[in-house]
Design a protein around this ligand. Structure first.
Ligand SMILES: Cc1cc2nc3c(=O)[nH]c(=O)nc-3n(C[C@H](O)[C@H](O)[C@H](O)COP(=O)(O)OP(=O)(O)OC[C@H]3O[C@@H](n4cnc5c(N)ncnc54)[C@H](O)[C@@H]3O)c2cc1C
Length: 492
């Protein structure tokens, strides 16, 4: 067991992709679970604060330490496929990319598709990550079958989905050491939208769901079992460019409607147009992307990336249907980039991924600050929020981009600020937007989590009592309050 105190080695673990910077005095990189448990017991005995580090792609400062020790799980990177090929058991350090390459060889995939392929699955489960395909498949929560969790006192919990439900709001779990942990669930009601804000809590909760999305505040995931599925063989994708914003929104509304029946996304293997993902790029996003993609037309005011799984017997018909469908909403139909094979799909994915990368690049190379909205609202309120963004954001006179998961009524608004004055201006727009989203029964964070940047807004969303209820839960699993302190909420 080795604790590293060389600050140069520790430095890369003191920030994340939010550009927030912290500090730590110690770094611990265990080679296996036993070593992790011995190390964490030592830290626990000495009352040393612990921050859990995944791959550092988080954009809310969740893994940014404020003193104490960082535990990096980077060496826990095993992958085992179950015999019936329906699930994988992995170490938390396995990245989305590594898992995808592994599964591809077996014709399998993990349905949710968070954009950042370098993120660890441990980080993904800790933030309940989701991505473009979440429209059809939901967030990563839906695929977590079991978790092994090391607590700050070194104890180990093994939780399987479907085995331990709350009796109303009470839950008990027995650890490996035989200790019973008894909790009372927070009493707030979660919004009925895509959500990654605060602990998951509802009546008759499955215990595993409390830990998913808990942002490392309750324990360290050391083994994750995920359901995997047969990789769809035939996927039709495209990026369509639009010359009119209202028409673009009309296109999205109709496409969303075509893809949903009885509140469920259709099983998409027929000969009709439906979408498993619908992603939005506004004109400012296209301007940013032009640095790398000079072929983007000056006439385009926005674009939509879509994908549909389909039956190959209908390929020609579907291609022609999509073309005609798009034609109803834009005169730029001929510029549509269509994709049918892996190579073509990769190009579209790269285009989408390039946007947050350009945002990050913009921030770091110009030492700017970003104000970033991550709200989702119910479908019937989405267009109102969309109009609010566009009525108010351009008035700030600051550089911004609006893009993302329009299928889930969830857009990212990123505003770039050069100085404190601009930051205050952007923050006032941010506050008003959050108020709108909450008034519409939406969420302050649909996928990035709360981290250290959105704590005040979590109080706004659920109220002070709810925060105290979350802290009470944390105290049961982390009695000395050592783990990821300052993430999700402050403890006074
Ligand atoms: C370009 C870009 C695109 C992105 N796109 C998406 C997207 O489409 N969807 C999305 O949801 N997010 C997205 N993100 C955000 C980020 O990738 C996710 O939040 C991701 O889940 C973080 O994983 P990580 O391994 O980098 O975790 P880190 O940033 O290292 O940590 C995040 C949180 O997880 C905790 N944690 C990490 N590992 C463990 C563990 N083993 N046990 C317990 N807690 C742990 C940390 O303590 C911290 O609280 C994007 C980020 C970037 C930079």
């Amino acid at each position: 067991m080795k604790f590293i105190d060389d600050l140069d080695i520790i430095y890369p673990y003191t920030y994340d992709s939010s550009n927030m910077k912290g500090y730590a005095e110690m770094l611990f990189i265990p080679s296996n679970i036993a070593e992790l448990r011995n190390g964490i017991i030592k830290l626990y005995d000495e009352n040393i604060k612990i921050t859990i580090s995944g791959a550092g792609t988080g954009i809310t400062g969740a893994r940014v330490p404020s003193g104490g020790a960082v535990i990096s799980i980077e060496k826990l990177n095993s992958i085992y496929l179950s015999e019936d090929k329906s699930s994988v058991k992995i170490g938390p350090a396995v990245s989305l990319k590594e898992l995808d390459i592994f599964l591809n060889d077996y014709g399998l995939f993990l349905p949710p598709n968070p954009t950042e392929y370098n993120a660890s699955l441990g980080g993904n489960v800790a933030t309940n990550a989701s991505g473009a395909r979440t429209f059809k498949y939901g967030a990563i929560r839906n695929y977590v079958k079991s978790l092994k969790i090391v607590l700050s006192n070194g104890d180990l919990l093994s939780i399987k989905r479907g085995e331990n439900f709350a009796d109303e709001n009470k839950l008990n779990i027995k650890s490996e050491k035989g200790k019973i942990y008894s909790i009372e669930l927070p009493s707030y009601e979660m919004p009925n939208v895509k959500n990654a804000s605060g602990y998951f809590s509802k009546e008759n909760l499955d215990l595993i769901d409390l830990f998913i999305g808990s942002e490392g505040t309750l324990g360290i995931f050391v083994e994750i079992e995920l359901e995997v599925q047969k990789r769809p063989e035939n996927v039709l994708g495209g990026i369509a460019f639009f010359d009119n914003k209202n028409k673009l929104i009309e296109f999205v509304d109709i496409l969303r409607e075509k893809s949903i029946s009885n509140n469920k996304i259709n099983i998409i293997d027929n000969n009709n147009i439906t979408a498993r993902l619908i992603e939005y790029f506004d004109i400012e996003s296209l301007k940013l992307l032009k640095a790398k993609y000079s072929e983007i037309s000056d006439d385009a005011i926005g674009a939509i990336w879509f994908e549909q799984e389909y039956n190959p017997n209908f390929e020609d018909k579907l291609m022609s249907d999509w073309y005609s469908f798009i034609e109803n909403f834009t005169s730029l139909t001929d510029l549509t980039w269509f994709a049918l094979n892996d190579k073509e799909h990769e190009k579209l994915k790269e285009f989408r991924h390039e946007l947050p990368l350009q945002v990050y690049e913009n921030l770091t190379s110009n030492s700017q600050k970003k104000v970033g909205l991550d709200c989702a609202v119910p479908i019937n309120k989405f267009n109102e929020l969309f109009d609010f963004y566009y009525e108010n954001c351009p008035k700030l006179g600051l550089k911004y981009v609006i893009f993302g998961h329009i299928a889930n009524c969830h857009l990212h608004v990123n505003i770039f600020c050069q100085n404190d004055e601009e930051y205050i201006l952007a923050k006032s727009f941010y506050d008003k937007s959050i108020d709108r989203a909450l008034a519409f029964k939406g969420t302050i964070s649909a996928e990035h989590g709360i981290g250290k940047l959105k704590k005040d807004y979590l109080v706004k969303m659920y109220g002070k009592k709810a925060i105290q209820e979350m802290i009470n839960v944390k105290k049961i699993f982390d009695d000395k309050l050592l783990l990821n302190i300052g993430t999700m909420f402050d403890i006074n």
